[in-house]
Design a protein. Structure first.
Length: 215
C-alpha cells in the first residue's frame, strides 16, 4: 500500500495573530477565540478537544473529549475515573489538550496538570445530564473488554427497569477533572507556512510570559 498525500495543499490566509491585540492572560485569549469560532464558523462541536495522556504501558494516547467548562483556573471535562484515561491521569496527571478549528485556521495546544474537581460539582453536572447519559455512565465500565454489544444493551435495559421513576445517582467512579494550564500556545495559520505562534508560559505559578515562536 502506498498512498501519496504530497499534493494535499492549503494556503492559510484568513487572519493574523499579533501581540498588541492580545491580553496578558491566555485564558482571556482562549475565551475570545472560542466564542469567535462558535459564533462565526461552521464547527459542529467547538468544545471538542483532544486530550493526550501517558498510559500505564508508557505510550502516549490521544482521544477526543468534550470541554464542559472553562474558568481562569482551567479546563473542565467529565469521564469515568476507572477508564484507561482515568488510570493514566491517576499515575501521571500531566496532560496535553488541543483544539483544532480548521474553518478558522486556528489551533490551541495546552500543557497542564489534572486534578479531580469537588464531588458536589460533579454531582451538579451529572444531575443536568439527560437521563440516557446518566444511565450510560452506570452501564459502561469504560475501556474494559466486553464480549459483544449485546452485553451493554442488556445491562442498559436492566438499569432502565431498576431506576424507573427514580433518581439516578452519580456513580462514584464518574466525575470531573480540571486541567490547570502551565503553558498555552495559540496557532493562527498564515500564508507560505509562516504561521503565527504565540506561547504563554506560567512563571512562578502567578505570572504569564508571552513569547512568539518561529513557525
Amino acid at each position: 500500500m502506498n498512498s501519496d498525500l504530497g499534493k494535499y495543499r492549503k494556503s492559510y490566509e484568513k487572519q493574523q495573530l499579533l501581540e498588541e491585540n492580545l491580553s496578558d492572560n491566555p485564558m482571556e485569549v482562549f475565551q475570545k477565540w472560542f466564542h469567535e469560532v462558535d459564533n462565526n464558523f461552521n464547527v459542529a462541536e467547538t468544545n471538542a478537544m483532544t486530550i493526550s495522556t501517558i498510559g500505564l504501558d508508557g505510550f502516549p494516547k490521544s482521544r477526543v473529549v468534550l470541554l464542559k467548562q472553562f474558568t481562569y483556573e482551567g479546563f473542565i471535562f467529565y469521564t469515568n475515573y476507572n477508564s484507561e484515561k482515568g488510570k493514566a491521569i491517576s499515575k501521571n496527571p500531566h496532560v496535553c489538550l488541543s483544539f483544532f478549528w480548521p474553518d478558522a485556521e486556528r489551533q490551541i495546544i495546552i500543557k497542564g496538570k489534572t486534578e479531580k474537581i469537588a464531588e458536589n460539582l460533579s454531582d451538579g453536572y451529572f444531575e443536568s445530564r439527560p437521563r440516557g447519559s446518566q444511565l450510560g455512565a452506570l452501564v459502561s465500565n469504560q475501556s474494559d473488554v466486553i464480549a459483544n454489544r449485546e452485553e451493554l444493551e442488556e445491562k442498559l435495559k436492566s438499569l432502565e427497569i431498576e431506576f424507573e421513576g427514580k433518581e439516578i445517582p452519580r456513580p462514584k467512579h464518574w466525575g470531573g477533572y480540571i486541567v490547570k494550564p502551565q503553558e498555552i500556545e495559540f496557532w493562527q495559520g498564515r500564508p507560505n507556512r509562516l504561521h503565527d505562534r504565540i506561547r504563554y508560559r506560567l512563571d512562578d505559578e502567578y505570572f504569564w510570559i508571552m513569547e512568539r515562536l518561529s513557525s
